[in-house]
Design a protein around this ligand. Structure first.
Ligand code: 4NP
Length: 154
């Protein structure tokens, strides 16, 4: 398999896409897939910040440390740098397409989520099942995505 580069994108790069990045990196390391994995936000609002508390916490509950990640904004030059651009929801995808990205997919295309948007935990009121469900969706979709990238069917 040629080495592939994946960019996960949400709005702030502090809640959803850092989870996708952390989960994907963990699989990549365990299975030695040789992938390059990065996440970004379409906005610059949180650049340089750590992931949101709930995402750090739910990842930790699942044995993944995302506390060292820092938010970065998507760049025009990312168009040339990544083989797969995976948006968390439709508005992220539309924003990327307005920037001229042509190969954007939704994470919800994978693992039988029927193309659903990943709900935005930034607007959840407390740490509860909401963030756990978001984690489960991201986890299942990322696993399916990586399997398909790895077996060459994507
Ligand atoms: P994310 O969540 O896109 O999953 O990182 C958000 C983070 C921050 C904001 C919105 C969504 N915000 O409005 O600042």
């Amino acid at each position: 398999m040629s080495k592939k580069r994946i960019l996960f994108v949400c709005l702030g790069n502090i809640c959803r896409s850092p989870l996708a990045e952390g989960i994907a990196k963990s699989i990549n390391e365990k299975e030695n897939l040789g992938l390059t994995i990065v996440s970004s936000g379409t906005s610059s609002w949180h650049e340089g910040e750590v992931p949101c508390e709930d995402s750090i916490r739910v990842a930790k509950l699942n044995g993944i440390d995302i506390s060292q990640l820092r938010a970065r904004q998507v760049k025009m030059s990312d168009k040339e740098l990544f083989d797969y651009i995976i948006a968390m929801d439709r508005s992220n995808k539309e924003n990327l397409e307005k920037m001229g990205f042509t190969n954007v997919r939704l994470l919800g295309e994978f693992a039988n989520y029927g193309n659903r948007d990943v709900p935005d935990p930034y607007f959840f009121e407390k740490f509860d099942d909401g963030i756990k469900k978001v984690y489960m969706m991201i986890d299942q979709c990322v696993k399916d995505l990586l399997e398909r990238v790895n077996n060459g069917s994507l």
